[in-house]
Write a protein that binds this ligand. Structure first.
Ligand code: SAM
Length: 270
């Protein structure tokens, strides 16, 4: 299988699958709809499949690229190098606060390295208040999980946490053939728009995450069983939640009610 594209051999450890389908690329850029003057930020520009068409529409774009060779290529980009601010760093370690210059909210996008796409999203959620929206290419299965509602087989911790921070909108499915080299899985683009006001009141986000992890680790069990370490059956009833329900039937609001009680009573050990 051909792993070399535009003279660069794809590095598996950096999750490099380069977009190579103009129609798909156009649809993604149209979905992002970048405009001049916006605070645009791309994660993993690679060989510029999205960077180039975005730069054709705007005068400035910040990119974060970990691969030293690819960052170097972008520094010498024949047309767009003057428009680019290149941060050669692991996106997981980037402090996004100084990038939201003069209060201009960030518009983040990227065809993310699939091996670390979830940690990158969770890292960005910490800066949700500085972000206008995010458009990411992910494994289709991950997009299904982000967007899933209660009762759906894909509904889980990722759905709860993402929907706490963002409005989730699947945008486009992308087949493996759109990439060089083709990934083994189907892909999809999703739009994540951070809520201006959280949809539910959560006293401590870490507790929401811990409670949902605990509940979904044993998703076939009743919450009376899966959450017994942190909340009793009687207490669940007092909160208005039937203890024989299973995690996948609970809404974000239900999880918030449990997490707030647990946080207040501090009954999960770190
Ligand atoms: N945007 C290009 C495209 O669509 O063809 C490349 C996408 S490729 C799936 C992922 C890109 O993210 C690669 O350029 C890779 O080097 C870069 N990358 C991998 N890990 C990274 C990290 N931790 N921080 C920043 N960039 C990373």
């Amino acid at each position: 299988m051909n792993k070399t594209h535009l003279g660069h051999t794809a590095r598996k450890r950096f999750g490099q699958n380069f977009l190579n389908d103009t129609f798909v690329i156009e649809q993604i850029v149209d979905a992002i709809n970048p405009a001049d003057g916006e605070n645009l930020l791309e994660i993993g520009p690679g060989l510029g499949a999205l960077t180039d068409p975005v730069c054709e529409r705007v005068n400035a774009l910040t990119v974060i690229e970990l691969d030293r060779d690819l960052a170097e290529r972008l520094r010498h980009h024949p047309f767009h190098n003057k428009k680019l601010t290149i941060i050669e760093q692991d996106a997981l370690t980037v402090d996004f606060t100084p990038l939201a210059k003069d209060g201009a909210l960030l518009r983040v996008f990227g065809n993310l390295p699939y091996n670390i796409s979830t940690p990158i999203m969770f890292h960005l959620f910490k800066y949700a208040h500085l972000i206008q929206d995010m458009h990411f290419m992910l494994q289709k299965e991950v997009v299904n999980r982000l967007a899933a509602s209660p009762g759906n087989k894909n509904y889980g911790r990722l759905s709860i946490m993402t929907q706490y921070y963002c409005q989730v909108q699947p945008v486009l499915n992308v087949p493996p053939g759109a990439f060089i080299p083709p990934p083994k899985v189907d892909s999809a683009v999703v739009r994540l728009a951070p809520h201006k006001q959280p949809p539910v009141d959560v006293a401590d986000v870490k507790t929401l995450e811990r409670v949902s992890t605990m509940a979904f680790n044993q998703r076939r069990k009743t919450i009376r069983n899966s959450l017994k370490e942190c909340i009793s059956e009687t207490q669940l009833r007092e909160l208005g939640l039937d203890p024989v329900r299973r995690a996948e039937t609970l809404s974000l609001e239900d999880f918030a009610i449990i997490a707030n009680w647990v946080h207040e009573h501090d009954s999960i050990e770190n």
